[in-house]
Structure formats: structure tokens, C-alpha cells
Design a protein around this ligand. Structure first.
Ligand SMILES: Cc1cc2nc3c(=O)[nH]c(=O)nc-3n(C[C@H](O)[C@H](O)[C@H](O)COP(=O)(O)OP(=O)(O)OC[C@H]3O[C@@H](n4cnc5c(N)ncnc54)[C@H](O)[C@@H]3O)c2cc1C
Length: 403
């Protein structure tokens, strides 16, 4: 088939690019080509935090963090509007988030979160062990910091809903991995069951763009893993605090992201692993599931054995300098990749802005996006792999009790 634009990858970036191109160019056609199914990729299988502010302490690159912060607020607002306007059923909740520290060693990192918030002008409230027990039912955490503005969602439902409400001139092709991008006389995307010919192509396939030889050595690919329990009973839910849901982010990088979802499941995310692969060894997945069971038991020792409904992994991207991967690769070929803090929100707004950039629109926010530094070049493997593994080892050693 032929289209004016082809967008490769239907995660948060790709759905945003396709939506905005469709809106701005109603007379053009847009093919959104996805290797698997919408919601099956990392954008649908994450912890569901829609973050409106740069979160983590340190802020070594404060100027970039400040600019990113503006983008995150705009991304959150846009997603909130889309979910509301299209009535997407994804358990959207403006609950906010709490950063937590379980041990004294993590308190400096929690202070880093507060300092970062102060520098960015974000309101926050300190919580002690009793406050945290009231919210979570657990005395595991000694201190926390609560901030509003962000949201919690069921990410797969949000992604399915976003894809189902694309403009009429956008056609979604699922289970259509692009195997090759030919560039003679326009672009020719070869998929197993057909070919897409397009005048312009936007790459939104995250780390997999590297396999096409594009955006190489700009992001550190880190796998992380999550499990969801089966839904809890009334009695079990009563042990998990009085708010009916919560979202906790660890101050320490070795810690766990933890949620009680609206459909009464515990989500546990932890463990970092340097990975470029799309699949993880079964032994690793078994070990991760055991780690998650232990993490749940340490927080709620009286809960008993709650069955896990599933455990999965996905890849997050980090740059060295909070830089961006956004814009033209060469004539007619564009790319956007979401990385660092709050990638779901950042990916949505970056995708929207890239479509506007392609269409020649101008805005203050687009200028902010374009002014971000380009993601810095990284050393090749095996140097990068070894350096990252050593760093992960140091992170794990620094916060063993946070997991
Ligand atoms: C366990 C876990 C928890 C996380 N929790 C959060 C969170 O709470 N909040 C947050 O903001 N972020 C979170 N993240 C990170 C976030 O989910 C990702 O960074 C984000 O989804 C990346 O979006 P994307 O659109 O760039 O890429 P992806 O979502 O990876 O989308 C890329 C798409 O491209 C497709 N694709 C790849 N190659 C091809 C090809 N050749 N042809 C066609 N299609 C192709 C893939 O199938 C995929 O659907 C988490 C990540 C993990 C792993």
C-alpha cells in the first residue's frame, strides 16, 4: 500500500506522531506500522506512571531537566485531555505519586528528590513511617515525599484506547514488523505480508532503530522487570492502606516501583539488567519473579502467598546528558526516541511536537524541544556493557534493603 507518511512503531511516541500528523494533514494518509500489537510493547507494559515533572534527584544537568520539566507537564496535560475527550477506559487516576526510602542510606537520595522539586518549583509534602503505613498498610518505608499532578493508569488500556481513536486518515497495521527500509525513489518498508511505500518515514521503534543502523550509540538500554499479582480479595486489600490505590517510586535506583492498582493488584517493578535483546532468558524471568515475591512479602509479611498473574521485562533508554533524540535523520526520514525521566509522557509530547515540526508548525514548546542537547555519544560494546554492569552492581550494593 502507499501512504504519505509511514510511522514505524506504535508505542507512546508512534501513536502521538501518527495522531498529530493525521490532525495537521487531513488530506494526507498515515500508515502506523507496528511489529506486534498496540499495548504489547513497553508503552503498554510498564508501571503506568504518567509523570508531569522530572522526578529524580541529582539533576546534574539542571538546564536540560528544567526544559524537560516543561515538556513533561505539557505531555501529561495532553494525555489527560485525550483520555477524557475520547473516554478511554484505562483507570486514569490523578492520584499523584510518593517517593519512598526504606533505609537511612536512601535518605540522601530522597533529599535529592526534594531539592530537585524545590529547584523546579514543585510542591511536595514529607511523610513519616506512620503516614506511609496509612497509605500503604506497610511499615517498610521510613520516609516519603508526596507530590500531586501526575497520574496512574493501566498503560495497555491507555495505549489500546489511543490507537482506537486515531484520526480517520491514520491506518494502523499490527503484527507487521518492518524488516527493511528501502530508500530508492521514496521509502519502501518491507513487512512479511506486504510493502508500504511512503514519501516520509518516522522511526518510533525505540532501541530497535539501532538494528536499522540509526541513532546508534546514543542510549543506554536497560531492561527492568515487573510483576502483577492476581486481584486481591477484600480482606487482602484491607491490609494495603486506606486509599484503595497508590503509586510509589523508589528514591534509590535499586529500589522498587510499587502500585496498588484500581483493580486491586499489586504491581512490583525492580531489577536492572543491561540488555538489547527483545527476549530474556527463562531462568532470569524465574529469578525476577522470585525477587518480586520476596519484595511483596517484605512489605506485607501478613499478606500470605498472593499469586502472580504475570512477570515481564522491557527496555528503558537512558542518555548520558538528559539529551534528546528528535528530528531529521536525513531528507524525509525522521526519528524520535523517548528516554530518561518520565518516558511515557516525554514520548507522547515529543511525538506530538515532531509531527508539528515535520508540518512546519512553530510553537514555544517546540523551541524548547529543539533546544535540548542532542543525546551524547556513548562508547561501543563491550566497553559500554562492562561500564553499565559495574554501575548496576554499585547501585545494587548501595541500596540492598530498598528492593
Ligand atoms: C517494567 C517497566 C516499567 C516502566 N514504567 C514506566 C512508568 O511507570 N512510566 C513511564 O513513563 N515509563 C515507564 N517505563 C518506560 C516506558 O514504558 C518506555 O520508555 C516507553 O514506553 C518507550 O516508548 P516508545 O514509544 O519510545 O517505545 P516502545 O513502547 O518500545 O514502542 C516501540 C514500538 O516499536 C515496535 N517496533 C520495534 N521494531 C519494529 C519494527 N521493525 N517494525 C515495526 N514496529 C517495530 C515495538 O513493537 C514497539 O511497540 C517502564 C519500562 C519498563 C520496562
Amino acid at each position: 500500500m502507499a501512504a504519505d507518511f509511514a510511522v514505524i512503531g506504535a508505542g507512546t511516541c508512534g501513536c502521538a506522531v501518527a495522531r498529530r500528523l493525521g490532525e495537521l494533514r487531513p488530506g494526507d494518509t498515515v500508515a502506523l506500522v507496528e511489529a506486534t500489537r498496540v499495548g504489547y510493547g513497553t508503552s503498554g507494559r510498564n508501571a503506568g506512571f504518567i509523570l508531569d515533572h522530572h522526578s529524580h534527584g541529582g539533576m546534574r544537568h539542571f538546564e536540560a531537566a528544567r526544559k524537560n520539566d516543561r515538556l513533561l507537564a505539557a505531555g501529561t496535560a495532553w494525555l489527560r485531555d485525550l483520555v477524557r475527550d475520547h473516554q478511554i477506559q484505562c483507570q486514569w487516576s490523578d492520584w499523584g505519586r510518593i517517593y519512598v526510602a526504606a533505609e537511612a542510606a536512601a535518605e540522601p537520595e530522597l533529599k535529592g528528590v526534594c531539592d530537585g522539586f524545590d529547584a523546579l518549583g514543585v510542591a511536595w509534602r514529607g511523610l513519616d513511617r506512620d503516614d506511609l503505613e496509612a497509605v500503604t498498610g506497610s511499615r517498610f518505608y521510613r520516609r516519603g515525599v508526596r507530590a500531586g499532578g501526575s497520574a496512574l493508569v493501566q498503560p495497555a488500556a491507555m495505549m489500546r484506547g489511543l490507537a482506537a481513536t486515531l484520526p480517520a486518515n491514520v491506518t494502523l497495521y499490527e503484527e507487521s514488523p518492518v524488516l527493511e527500509v528501502g530508500t530508492t525513489g521514496g521509502f519502501r518498508l518491507a513487512c512479511p505480508d506486504g510493502v508500504v511505500e511512503a514519501r516520509q518515514v518516522v522511526l518510533c521503534n525505540h532501541v530497535y532503530a539501532e538494528e536499522m543502523g540509526i541513532l546508534r550509540r546514543r542510549i543506554v538500554p536497560l531492561a527492568s522487570f515487573a510483576s502483577l499479582t492476581e486481584p486481591l480479595s477484600d480482606a487482602e486489600t484491607a491490609r494495603l492502606g486506606r486509599e484503595g490505590e497508590f503509586g510509589l517510586l523508589p528514591a534509590n535506583a535499586n529500589g522498587s516501583t510499587v502500585r496498588l492498582t484500581r483493580d486491586r493488584r499489586i504491581l512490583m517493578r525492580n531489577t536492572l539488567y543491561y540488555a538489547r535483546a527483545k527476549r530474556f532468558p527463562p531462568k532470569l524471568m524465574d529469578d525476577v519473579a522470585d525477587t518480586h515475591r520476596r519484595s511483596i512479602a517484605r512489605r506485607w509479611p501478613d499478606l500470605g502467598d498472593v499469586g502472580l498473574a504475570g512477570t515481564w521485562g522491557g527496555i528503558l533508554g537512558f542518555t548520558r546528558n538528559e539529551g534528546s533524540l528528535f528530528g531529521a535523520v536525513r531528507a524525509g526520514l525522521w526519528a524520535v526516541m523517548s528516554c530518561d525521566a518520565a518516558p511515557m509522557t516525554k514520548g507522547a509530547i515529543a511525538g506530538k511536537l515532531l509531527a508539528e515540526h515535520i508540518c512546519g508548525e512553530e510553537s514555544e514548546l517546540l523551541r524548547v524541544m529543539l533546544s535540548l542537547p542532542r543525546a551524547a555519544l556513548l562508547p561501543p560494546d563491550p566497553i559500554l556493557r562492562l561500564a553499565v554492569r559495574r554501575r548496576i552492581g554499585r547501585i545494587a550494593a548501595a541500596g540492598p534493603g530498598e528492593r
